[in-house]
Design a protein around this ligand. Structure first.
Ligand code: DQA
Length: 148
C-alpha cells in the first residue's frame, strides 16, 4: 500500500480558531480525519504532519523523495501556508527530489491580498488547488489516486 504524505506549514495548527471566516471552523485534527477517510477510500496509507519551521518541511520533502524512489509514496499534498509566497528553499526541495506534489490552499489565495498571488510552489507542483475549503484535502487525495 502506498502512502500519501500530507504536509501543513506555519499557522495551520491554529485551524478552527484562526480567521474562521477565511479558513472555516474545522481543526487540524478534523482535517486529519478527513484525509484518513479519503486515504482509506483510495487504498492509501496516510502520513499527516504540520510544522511551523521551513527547514523541517524541507527535511520532510527530502524524506518523501526517498520514499518515492523506493516506490512507497503515492504523492504529497502540501499546504505550505505563508511559505508558499516566500520559500525558494521549498521550491528547490520539490524540484530537487522530483516528488509528485499537489499544492493546496484552503482559501482562494487569488481572491485575497496581492502578496498571496505569487507562489514559489506552483512551478514545481503537479497540480494546484485553492478555495475548496478543507474539503480540498480529500479532493487532492482523490487527485493523487487519478495520477497513480
Ligand atoms: C493558505 C493561504 C496562505 O496565503 C496563508 O498564508 C496560509 C493558508 C490557505 O490554506 O489558504 O497560511 O495556504
Amino acid at each position: 500500500m502506498k502512502t500519501v504524505l500530507v504536509l501543513n506549514g506555519p499557522n495551520l495548527n491554529l485551524l478552527g480558531t484562526r480567521e474562521p471566516l477565511v479558513y472555516g471552523s474545522q481543526s487540524l485534527e478534523d482535517v486529519k480525519a478527513l484525509c484518513q477517510s479519503a486515504c482509506e477510500s483510495h487504498g492509501f496509507a496516510l502520513d499527516f504532519r504540520q510544522s511551523n519551521h521551513e527547514g523541517e518541511l524541507v527535511d520532510w520533502i527530502h524524506e518523501a523523495g526517498k520514499a518515492q524512489a523506493a516506490g512507497k509514496l503515492a504523492g504529497v499534498v502540501l499546504n505550505a501556508g505563508a511559505y508558499t509566497h516566500t520559500s525558494v528553499a521549498l521550491h528547490d526541495a520539490i524540484k530537487g527530489t522530483g516528488i509528485v506534489l499537489i499544492e493546496l490552499h484552503i482559501s482562494n489565495v487569488h481572491a485575497r491580498e496581492a502578496f498571496r498571488h505569487h507562489s514559489f510552489i506552483s512551478p514545481v507542483a503537479k497540480a494546484v488547488m485553492a478555495g475548496f475549503g478543507v474539503k480540498g484535502y480529500s479532493m487532492a487525495i482523490a487527485g493523487l489516486a487519478e495520477f497513480s
